[in-house]
Design a protein around this ligand. Structure first.
Ligand code: DC
Length: 218
């Protein structure tokens, strides 16, 4: 079975996907981590010929979405934490707007989804990568709610940003994701819309779990 989840930054996609993946034994693919990995390659090996470099990157996805490494330039590099920095976050939209890079990564994502139970999340999974998925969901929440969730991740850390800055960043990312020319974030016509504002992520995963059960019982 293929479950495709799209939605803006902070909509709860990753947490919900991890819950579903472990509950139903699905393979979890975080496609944002793949774009972030190419941003890492660009930052560390240069932006010249980045499409060629992207084609050479071999992804090693382990521990069901909890670990990502790449093989590149003769090295194996664990990127699990290296792609979660403010620098990579600020560079990745540029990489994700590159048509050629998208083509390369979409082909890899489609090959990962072949022949297994998979839950895949991103911005174009329901529209471009897996348009024939068994279940398609568009997850969202108000910008304030999403900023609160992101802000909470920084709680008690000395380098925590201001809440207003987190909110501004969410609004800016929404704008970039929805207005770019290549595969912009949008709700597929046949995707189920779930507004997670005011819901716990367990409640959201229960809703998606119900959709999976209904499909299995058919
Ligand atoms: O979900 P995330 O924040 O890790 O995504 C990182 C970036 O990659 C973000 O700018 C959106 C983009 N992205 C994309 O364009 N298509 C996807 N399928 C997944 C992520």
């Amino acid at each position: 079975m293929q479950v495709a989840i799209d939605g803006p930054a902070g909509s709860g996609k990753s947490t919900v996907c991890k819950i579903i993946a472990s509950k139903y034994g699905f393979t979890y693919i975080d496609t944002g981590a793949m774009y972030r990995s190419i941003a890492y390659v660009a930052e560390n090996f240069g932006y010249d010929d980045i499409e060629k470099k992207a084609a050479e990157v071999e992804f090693i996805l382990e521990d069901n979405g909890k670990k990502i490494s790449i093989r590149y330039n003769g090295e194996t590099i664990d990127l699990t934490t290296k792609i979660r920095t403010p620098e990579i976050s600020s560079k990745v939209a540029f990489i994700a707007s590159n048509k050629e890079i998208r083509k390369i990564l979409v082909a890899k994502q489609q090959s990962y989804a072949k022949g297994c139970d998979v839950i895949m999340e991103g911005r174009d999974i329901t529209t471009v990568v897996l348009p024939e998925a068994d279940i398609k969901v568009y997850l969202t929440a108000s910008p304030e709610e999403r900023a609160k969730r992101r802000y909470k991740e920084w709680e008690n850390k000395s380098d925590a940003p201001k809440f207003e800055d987190v909110l501004k960043d969410i609004i800016k990312r929404d704008e970039m994701d929805t207005n770019r020319a290549e595969s912009p974030l949008m709700q597929a016509r046949d995707a189920i819309f779930i507004d997670t504002t005011g819901l716990t992520l367990e409640q959201v995963s229960d809703k998606i779990g119900e959709l999976i059960q209904n499909k299995k019982n058919k």
